[in-house]
Design a protein around this ligand. Sequence first.
Ligand code: AMP
Ligand code: GLY
Length: 421
Amino acid sequence: MKVLVIGSGGREHALCWKLKNDSRNPEIFCTPGNAGTAQIGTNLPFSAMDRAGIIRWSKENRPDLTVIGPEAPLCAGLADALEAEGFRVFGPCKAAAELEGSKEFAKEIMQAAGVPTAAYAVFTDADSACAYVRERGAPIVIKADGLAAGKGVTVAETVEQAEAAIQDALGGAFGDAGNRVVIEDFLPGEEASILALIDGEHVVLLASSQDHKRAFDGDRGPNTGGMGAYSPAPIVTDAILEKVRTEIYARTLAELRKRGITYKGVLYAGLMIDNGQPSVVEFNCRFGDPEIQAILVRWEGDMIPALEACIDGTLSDDLITWKPEPAVCVVMAAGGYPAGYEKGNEISGLDEAVGQAVVFHAGTALEHGRTVTAGGRVLSVTALGTDLRSAVDNAYAAVEKISWKGVFYRKDIAHRELKRS
Ligand code: AMP
Ligand code: GLY
């Protein structure tokens, strides 16, 4: 069996690792991949957005399954294009991926479906947007409508900050993605992520997780793609999960269906939980990074049958079981991230770190036989433990063996839950 994974981050290395361990022992290809995926399979030279290159390679090499990792190719219609050529693809079609590609679309679907989410309005001109913010007051949240690589959201604590964020977005700071801004009420509470596999009809929730979006300890500093995660997130109780299933997934999918859109793949609901009530902060049309690293090490047995069931419309709960042990993922980043950072620094200690933890590569490359940094988020070090404390200790024991010039990471991953336990 041949499996092609599209993308190059920690998520994609974790997917390659999990898929390679399938009992069918597939041959893994990853494009463009990183130094970690190169150890599992064959890296290909096509960027995730190189549709023509990916289709050409697929026609020559006939992969049995293609898994699309990042949102940009999904929102650009890569799944549709590969399916039109007869390939089996895990990932939503372009119309369904709009749930992430346009925040306005996602809000409109949620509002029509009665999904709990913050009240909102959409603007294309700064004067009306600023007038709305002044009327509504702060805190308030300003979001670029389109894909902005996690940078398009400002949680404004004052009206002045909100007005500045509006001017930025509508002034072109995020390119076309910011031509429209979604302005949302601020939701209080604690965040958690629920991802679900969907086969067009059936929904299977994956294990819960919690990300750490801010760059620095104590949830300070700028928002990032995610600096670490743990799974499960006990704040997501069974009662909350039931609400997520019925009030969020069932209603969203029914509304999409009404509009002739079938969702197949994974749908990520970023939640704000307040007094036992989950509300949707965002939808993503793909696996969360770094959440999926923590989730995948807990996934018992094969993953390929569940992905194939999403394609075939035969998804059921019994295709997935979870290890009871909690997992923790610590992201090691390049100094300066999420703003400017250096590339090309040699990473040492990777061999010594192997043991209790799995070191998933994100922004790494091979240069003359050396592994060097090649991105902002460089590694996601992931470990299981008998309890959350030991999972944290196992992950950090490995993290401390690895270094490069300028490395930084959060030292408090899982702090909220550790304080509670
Ligand atoms: P998003 O990219 O939409 O997930 O937003 C990035 C981050 O901004 C989220 O993870 C939240 O921490 C925060 N955020 C977004 N929307 C809201 C909201 N309506 N209320 C409070 N915080 C929010
Ligand atoms: N970790 C958040 C995301 O993948 O969007």
